[in-house]
Design a protein. Structure first.
Length: 235
């Protein structure tokens, strides 16, 4: 069986995924990308509601529980809890790509970055089966005593991602453990672990983004982004 088939089966199977339309998460997000910009507590203990079928995600409870933030490919908004729009950012993708520095200066950029990252985290590996995502299995990677299989993915322009090309690592159980790509002019690695099953979909509940040296070695500090998922519901 092909690698992509293996990892989709390990995460719950395409039939189960295709029966779903949305998810709700209880999570916290932190890291130096937030702290360095003065937003260390912005995404602590929040709710994220998203679609499994389109790029759409809404965070409730950001900025100490006082606001919400919505991510869509064509618009980012910051809102009061009653829905009143306080700030908006149209067509954020091209502008975000030009930031060119490892710092998220305001809440709109935070919502965009977190929206893309969390939506991708919840939809991978199923998103890799999208007909316009081009995948290629690479040579295996030695990780301690384990052999991790690797898959390179090239994403189409219509999908908003943190990088158009990414390399995914899967352990011997077929679960995603690492993702490499370029970010803010650096090479970074997303480590993912502590997988759990929610309604038949297996999700990594811990995720960490760190920089990578030229030889592929992950640098322990700083941790650019740290994600902890406390609970997930798929419907």
């Amino acid at each position: 069986m092909a690698l992509l088939d293996d990892v989709i089966d390990a995460s719950g199977g395409m039939a189960r995924w295709n029966s779903l339309s949305r998810f709700t998460l209880h999570l916290s997000i932190g890291g130096t990308l937030f702290a360095n910009a003065g937003h260390a507590r912005e995404f602590k203990d929040v709710t994220a509601e998203g679609s499994t079928r389109t790029q759409s995600l809404r965070f409730t409870g950001i900025t100490g529980g006082e606001r919400s933030g919505s991510f869509h490919p064509d618009a980012i908004t910051i809102e009061k809890l009653d829905g009143e729009v306080l700030q908006s950012w149209s067509n954020p993708g091209p502008a975000f790509a030009d930031i060119g520095q490892p710092e998220l200066a305001d809440e709109l950029q935070l919502v965009f970055f977190c929206g893309v990252a969390i939506w991708s985290c919840l939809t991978i590996p199923f998103l890799l089966a999208h007909p316009e995502v081009v995948t290629e299995e690479l040579s295996p990677h030695q990780e301690g005593a384990e052999i991790w299989r690797r898959l390179r993915a090239q994403f189409p322009d219509q999908l908003i991602t943190l990088a158009s090309e990414q390399i995914f690592y899967f352990d011997q159980s077929g679960l995603q453990r690492r993702t490499d790509h370029e970010l803010f002019g650096m090479k970074v690695a997303h480590a993912s672990w502590a997988h759990d099953s929610f309604g038949g979909i297996v999700v990594p509940t811990l995720r960490r983004i760190q920089t990578v040296q030229a030889d592929g070695t992950v640098i322990a500090k700083p941790v650019l982004m740290d994600v902890e998922i406390f609970d997930a519901v798929f419907e």
